[in-house]
Write a protein that binds this ligand. Structure first.
Ligand SMILES: [Zn+2]
Length: 236
């Protein structure tokens, strides 16, 4: 049976001598794997299309357990200005694929693409938005409007273990992770902003170490691509 889908390529691995094993995420957020015969041969017509971050329309032959790729046309591609952003994009897309495997339709194709575009504009706020999104999906909405314990608006820190902002007196009883007011402001901004405006929430104080805090808290609940994370982290 022949099928047509639009999907974003997550990975392209060599298989046997000249074939490629392609993993992708569909518009519905389903994860698909297929074998592309001859795609790694030097004469292959589709090799350039079947690369990570490309959005393609794909014709394939549905087969169990592994479908067979027939042809592709390019719909859209995401490009990254530097190696660091590319590494962050790999972490994000591979994590989304793994999460979709666990819970199908969590990150549909166009949500993935929207995230990748945010990374091009601001890597740190894009990654942070992804973390906020996961906390919410995990039923652990972080409180960034007021002190998580007493409701005071005079917040002075952020505590991951407490689940949000803390005021000065409640901070005494919590393990406070962040106290920089600019970073607190940025966290609130990222949390409230719609995905497409997240890149506006940047401040020079907002660094990858803030994202790291969130990622390490989430990695036990979600199958995040920690190998890609470490690779990216070592580039800093
Ligand atoms: Zn308080």
């Amino acid at each position: 049976m022949n099928n047509k889908i639009t999907a974003i390529i997550v990975s392209n691995q060599s298989y046997k001598e000249k074939d490629a094993l392609i993993r992708m995420i569909s518009e519905e957020g389903e994860v698909l794997s297929m074998i592309a015969k001859g795609a790694n041969a030097p004469t292959s017509k589709y090799s350039a299309y079947l690369q990570p971050f490309n959005v393609c329309e794909i014709d394939y032959h549905h087969k169990d357990p592994l479908s067979v790729f027939i042809s592709a046309s390019l719909r859209q591609r995401c490009e990254f200005q530097d190696f660091h952003t590319l590494a962050a994009a790999s972490f994000l897309l591979q994590s989304m694929e793994a999460i979709n495997r666990m819970e199908p339709q969590t990150f549909p194709l166009w949500t993935c693409v929207q995230y990748l575009h945010i990374l091009e504009k601001s890597m740190v706020s894009g990654l942070l938005k992804f973390c906020f999104d996961l906390f919410e999906k995990d039923g652990r909405q972080l409180v960034v409007d007021e002190c998580v314990n007493c409701g005071s608006l005079q917040v002075s820190g952020f505590s991951l273990s407490a689940g949000g902002f803390c005021c000065k007196s409640c901070s005494v009883h919590e393990r406070v992770d962040i106290t920089d007011i600019d970073v607190l402001r940025a966290l609130r901004c990222v949390s409230k902003a719609p995905l497409e405006l997240t890149y506006k929430c940047t401040t020079s104080a907002l660094s990858i170490s803030v994202v790291k805090l969130f990622v390490y808290e989430l990695k036990d609940s979600y199958p995040l691509a920690m190998k890609s994370w470490k690779f990216m982290d070592e580039l800093v």
